[in-house]
Write a protein that binds this ligand. Structure first.
Ligand code: C2E
Ligand code: CA
Ligand code: CA
Length: 643
């Protein structure tokens, strides 16, 4: 007669928990791993329990030999004791690696389990029959020993959990103490009444309570790609740093994912990213996180060979790119953080990682870029600007916007200023006021100047602006450009390339540029003026002004700086300066442009005092080519009162 209802119920419960756990969790934390060992152990214990009870019955009926029944019973008892050991391990981890190990004597914990298993060679399990029901149960000194060792393990756990409760997250405290107390109680009862046989069932119950206390692993998974999310990365990183685990991280950066999403739709986009994640997970060597749109981090043990992992990752990306043609494997960059150890906290690690990711975007080639000192030196904003600039140059993304300029005499737009526009690595426009000085310092301004000049010439030619009521386009020259002896030749050759008549070009030069490169600039100016190019003195009235230059240098036009315009509305003295300047320039036969005209009142006033051209948001902000083409098309005569 056998009664295994409890064991069967326990087994069903444990199998259910196993399925739930396996389908959900990604073994993110040590506690999850400890839990999974416990789960397997209890699954074994319950299975062995069922088998052992049957074996005892068969042995009683002389259907199997004694040895088989003995081995199965002993295995069952060992598996029960082993639960005690694993509960200790779980608790140790829940307390926190360092503190936990100190509380539990580290690896020595396993000694009682070993001794107990070894003792199996010297003891026999006695099988007893319950008198009135005829049920069979294990008994004898080996069985008693099993429960004693289990009780010792669990009692120690309870004591240590209570003493270390402050080091434990509440969730872990609750799950560990509930589990230990439940099984401790069951073990004591079984020790007193061996026929109770409820230990393994209680273990299943304990497991259930532990599972319910666990964090929902879904909150760690990012829905689109099914990789672990940014939150998981932060949480997991904290554990990792406190445990000083030796790991390294591969970074995969995919550019233009947002464009792909728009092209193929969310479903296929998600499918593609999930495929990528799954393929990497299938390498079975690490965890995959997706921090942001195109940012994947693959964390592996430090012992993994970086070249072979890199090759495998590349092969996966190429495979996915083949399947989803919208993904271009050439736009994927690979980086390596050689060691995550040594970071004080997750904040520092995350900041450096973010920085590395940004840096990675600007690097070229599909080699494995290493996050080393050199890569991290580029930390401040200036470097970010520089990186953005370099990338824009490499990708030929130097844009030019146009701001139309109104002629008070002809009452419509007759010229425009070309203004450079560059996006940073995050896709936001940077202010030229910020990046122009940096480009000047770091030797990139000539490239930018060339690109702007060429872009303007191309645009003028494509749109045939010369024939559409515009007199010229104003282009800014930087100080460094003005110092170049070959400037005139360079500009001439670009104008020739696009067949632009030099008369359609007006170059704006600031006073600073004029002062710093007087001789070279003069030569360049003379040559260009001979061809028909005209020049403006930019930013007149900003800061220190030396009229000497205006008089000596061959300018055709003076641009009143926007600050001068604005403050003349607030300050009587500045107003006098403005009006006197206008009067003086008119007498010198210089044309005058006022910048920063934002209101109708300003426009009317400036027209009134004799300013020839007005430029500012009141008329239009600088706009991209397409919008400017519209402005050219609708460029009718309009009185200032009707704008
Ligand atoms: P800038 O030569 O004085 O150019 C005029 C600036 O005033 C432009 O700023 C323009 O957007 C802005 N602006 C025009 N109207 C108004 C207005 O009504 N209100 C306000 N608040 N602002 C107005 P942006 O485009 O930011 O350019 C800043 C400076 O960067 C320029 O000052 C120029 O010195 C330099 N820059 C721009 N493009 C180039 C270029 O292609 N080459 C060089 N070397 N420098 C450039
Ligand atoms: Ca200007
Ligand atoms: Ca200006």
């Amino acid at each position: 007669m056998i009664n295994i209802y409890y064991q069967l119920a326990g087994l069903v419960l444990t199998i259910m928990i196993t399925i739930l756990f396996a389908s959900k969790t990604k073994l993110l934390f040590d506690t999850d791993r400890a839990f999974s060992y416990l789960l397997m152990n209890i699954l074994c214990a319950l299975t062995l329990d069922v088998i052992a009870v049957n074996a005892m019955a068969l042995y009683e009926n002389a259907m199997i030999g004694k040895n088989i029944a003995q081995v199965l019973c002993k295995l069952f008892l060992i598996s029960i004791v082993s639960v005690g050991y694993l509960t200790m391990k779980y608790t140790e981890i829940a307390i926190g690696r360092e503190q936990g190990t100190r509380a539990f004597w580290g690896h020595a914990n396993i000694i009682p389990l070993f001794v107990f298993a070894a003792a199996a060679l010297f003891f026999d399990v006695r099988v007893k029959t319950l008198e009135h029901t005829g049920e069979l149960y294990c008994s004898g000194s080996y069985t008693v020993l099993a429960y004693v060792v289990l009780i010792v393990y669990l009692a120690l756990c309870v004591i240590i959990i209570l003493r270390n409760r402050r080091c434990m997250e509440r969730r872990y405290f609750v799950s560990a103490i509930t589990f230990a107390l439940l099984i401790l109680g069951a073990a004591i009862l079984t020790l007193c009444w061996p026929a109770l046989k409820n230990v393994s069932f209680t273990m299943a119950l304990g497991l259930l309570s532990m599972y319910l206390e666990m964090e929902n692993p879904d909150s760690y998974v990012e829905k689109v790609s099914s990789a672990l999310n940014n939150y998981a990365f932060q949480r997991w990183g904290e554990k990792l740093l406190s445990n000083h685990e030796a790991v390294k991280a591969f970074v995969i950066w995919i550019s233009g994912l947002d464009v792909i999403k728009k092209k193929v739709g969310v479903m296929e986009y998600s499918e593609m990213l999930t495929e990528l994640t799954q393929q990497i997970i299938k390498l079975h060597i690490g965890k995959v996180f997706r921090l942001d749109s195109g940012e994947f981090v693959f964390v592996v043990k430090a012992s993994e060979d970086e070249d072979s992992v890199y090759r495998e990752l590349k092969a996966i990306v190429e495979h996915v790119a083949q399947k989803y043609v919208v993904l271009n494997a050439d736009y994927v960059k690979y980086g390596l953080i050689p060691s995550l150890d040594g970071y004080e906290d997750m904040m520092t690690l995350y900041q450096e990682l973010r920085f590395f990711l940004t840096h990675l975007q600007s690097l070229s080639g599909d080699v494995l870029h290493i996050m080393n000192e050199e890569a991290l030196n580029v930390k401040n904003e200036e470097d970010f600007t520089m990186l953005s600039l370099k990338k824009a140059i490499a990708d030929e993304q130097i844009l030019v916007y146009y701001q139309p300029i109104y002629s008070t005499a002809r009452q419509r737009f007759t010229t425009a200023e070309a203004l450079i526009r560059i996006k940073d690595l995050n896709g936001r426009f940077m202010s030229p006021e910020v990046f122009i000085p940096i480009a000047e310092q770091r030797g990139y301004i000539l490239t930018l100047g060339h690109a702007v000049f060429e872009s303007v010439c191309r645009f003028v030619r494509e749109q045939n602006l010369e024939q559409r009521g515009f007199d010229y386009v104003e282009i800014n020259l930087s100080t460094v450009q003005c110092m170049q002896q070959g400037l005139a030749s360079e500009l001439v050759s670009i104008m020739k390339k696009y067949s632009i008549s030099p008369g359609f070009i007006n170059l704006e030069i600031t006073e600073t540029a004029a002062i710093q490169s007087e001789n070279t600039l003069m030569k360049n100016m003379q040559r260009l003026i001979q061809l028909g190019v005209s020049f403006s003195l930019d930013d007149y009235g900003s800061g220190y002004s030396n009229l000497d230059y205006v008089i000596r240098m061959p300018f055709h036009l003076v641009k009143l700086d926007k600050l001068l315009v604005w403050s003349s509305f607030e300050n009587q003295k500045t107003k006098v300066l403005l009006e006197t300047s206008v009067e003086m320039f008119r007498k010198m036969h210089l044309k005058i442009v006022a910048e920063g005209v934002e209101t109708q009142a300003q426009a009317l006033y400036l027209e009134d005092i004799g300013v020839d051209y007005l430029q500012g948001y009141f008329f239009s902000k600088p706009v991209p080519e397409e919008a400017f083409v519209q402005i050219v098309a609708n460029n009718t005569r309009r009185n200032l009162n009707r704008i």
